[in-house]
Design a binder for this molecule. Structure first.
Ligand SMILES: Nc1nc2c(ncn2[C@@H]2O[C@H](COP(=O)(O)OP(=O)(O)OP(=O)(O)O)[C@@H](O)[C@H]2O)c(=O)[nH]1
Ligand SMILES: [Mg+2]
Length: 200
């Protein structure tokens, strides 16, 4: 009886878990985005922007959506930390690449970093979402300009799902749409990258 009930409990509480890495150059707004995702989906205030320091290790955020769990892994973007990104590729179900739209001088650097990511065999077929962040800033490059810049590497994306969306992590605009896009895509890519089944 006990094993039946505990088996039933496990069955009823099982759910799918997905891992999503958040990468991009330093200062792009990745940690601000993670805090914003947490505040929108968990209903608790995230860290205030002035308390967010450059990331050296890893920040984790966990949200539940549509009966599934999504674990976000926000990695540091400084040049010497970018070599760590690939350690997270094998386990990830999607990649978020955050771009600082208000810093046109670093756009080429950004494109080179993204190109390196998508050419990595470990993430073949994994959905990629590019986020044109800081859209609240008057001098920010508009979505069309960002798309044009990244179009040059679009053919290297292969058959995977990919998209460029405008957001302001600071103000929260576009963030919910971005997470909804990701949730749909990781589910659609289940055959290639099955979720991890957890019980809770
Ligand atoms: N105006 C504006 N500023 C933003 C936005 N998102 C982030 N910032 C600012 O950009 C700076 C860097 O933000 P972080 O979230 O620390 O950037 P990061 O990508 O995590 O940087 P690393 O951890 O060094 O890789 C901070 O001053 C943020 O307040 C945004 O949407 N709009
Ligand atoms: Mg950070």
């Amino acid at each position: 009886m006990y094993s039946f009930l505990s088996g039933l409990y496990k069955h009823l509480t099982r759910r799918e878990a997905y891992y999503i890495v958040i990468i991009g150059l330093d200062n792009a707004g990745k940690t601000t985005l993670l805090e914003r995702i947490k505040s929108i989906f968990l209903g608790v205030p995230g860290l205030p922007p002035e308390r967010i320091a450059p990331t050296v290790g890893l920040n984790i955020g966990r949200i539940d959506i549509g009966g599934a769990r999504i674990n976000f892994q926000d990695l540091g973007g400084q040049t010497d930390l970018q070599t760590i990104w690939e350690r997270y590729y094998r386990e990830c179900h999607a990649i978020v690449f955050v771009v600082d739209s208000s810093d046109p001088e670093r756009i080429e650097e950004c494109r080179d970093a993204l190109e390196k990511v998508i050419l990595d065999d470990t993430v073949e077929g994994v959905p990629v979402l590019m986020l044109a962040n800081k859209q609240d800033m008057p001098q920010a490059l508009k979505l069309e300009s960002i798309k044009e810049i990244f179009n040059k590497i679009a053919e290297r994306l292969g058959a995977r799902d990919s998209r460029v969306l405008p957001i302001s992590a600071l103000e929260g605009t576009g963030v919910k749409d971005a997470v909804d896009w990701l949730f749909l895509r990781v589910q659609r890519n289940k055959v290639n990258r099955p979720p991890i089944i957890i019980s809770q």
